[in-house]
Design a protein around this ligand. Sequence first.
Ligand code: GDP
Length: 366
Amino acid sequence: LNMFDQLSSALTEVARNFGGKQRMTETSIQPALKSVRRALLDADVNLDVATALIDGVRRRSLGREVMKGVTAEQQFVKAMYDELLDMMGGGVVAMGDDDDDDDDGNFDDAAAGGRGKRNKMKMSTSSLPPPAATLAYRGPNEVGPSVILLAGLQGAGKTTAAGKLALYLKEREVDSYAVSGMSDDERSNTLASRLPKRNRRVLLCAADVYRPAAIEQLEILGRSIDVDVFSLGTDVDPAEIARLAVEKARAGGYDTVVVDTAGRQVVDEELMEELRRVKRAVKPDETLLVVDAMTGQAAASLTAAFDSAVGITGAILTKLDGDSRGGAAVSIRGVSGKPIKFVGVGERTQDLEPFYPDRMASRILG
Ligand code: GDP
């Protein structure tokens, strides 16, 4: 099933309006923009984000000659693709909090390293796109482990994501690049520095003290992926649990701690205050909000709310496998300024992938 059936049919409609014209005019693109806008809103894309996308496509298209060898609608779709890509973060997103400075839409670095086809008509996804998911890593020589704090509402898939992330970080990198014929140098120049460092020694920390079942769930998950879980039951303060987990990690030679925190039904000040306290206690390198893709643009406003209340470095978008609209994926960065770093694509622990904006843009356009 295509994620944006609506958008695909809108673009088919677009094709009819452009028959044989050599220059894109307001009259020739207006109906197209209108149906694309409707499709975006139906897909639950945030209104401001939809408006920005449409404005961008208009700017990229209006008055342009139709390039040789392509049709007007292909060019229009390419403009749409570029806008979606910019909106979702384009190429590499810098580590930690530094991701804000690429909001100017300048993704040349990414193009140089990955697709490298930004200004051409090609928009098929390369096998080597740079992932947005760069996770801060202190490295083995620094003092103390890297800490990744997970936050989110209950049911978003936070505990599952903790297990998935632990497995992802613990695994060795799959050397799928060897088959693409790149030399080692090329590979390390374009990729190695951008991929989240893996082959880590991970300790999971159960700091959701309100649901005993959540602790047990994490312990079971940990056993199934052979990752140690630190827990102290439900009677200890979450900030203290997290602090002690980091201490244990330092003493035990773990290089990464993934902290699963409590979720609530709604955003409340108590939850935010607890998160701030856990943050102060462990000074995480990454604070990732786990959000459910099925909630559409609400996921985007939730990300913005968590960011202003506790400060986050990015999002993990879960249940993308069940999302047929795409509103969350398209809206999150535009609304919150924070990148999606990973996506959950199923219930199993291996169902986690780095977020590739270019693949998502291609999928959306069908
Ligand atoms: P938490 O309350 O945020 O810790 O949520 P859980 O980790 O317990 O997950 C809630 C439900 O969502 C469980 O049934 C999970 O199996 C399911 N789930 C989590 N992530 C995904 C995902 O990426 N895809 C699908 N289809 N289900 C997911």
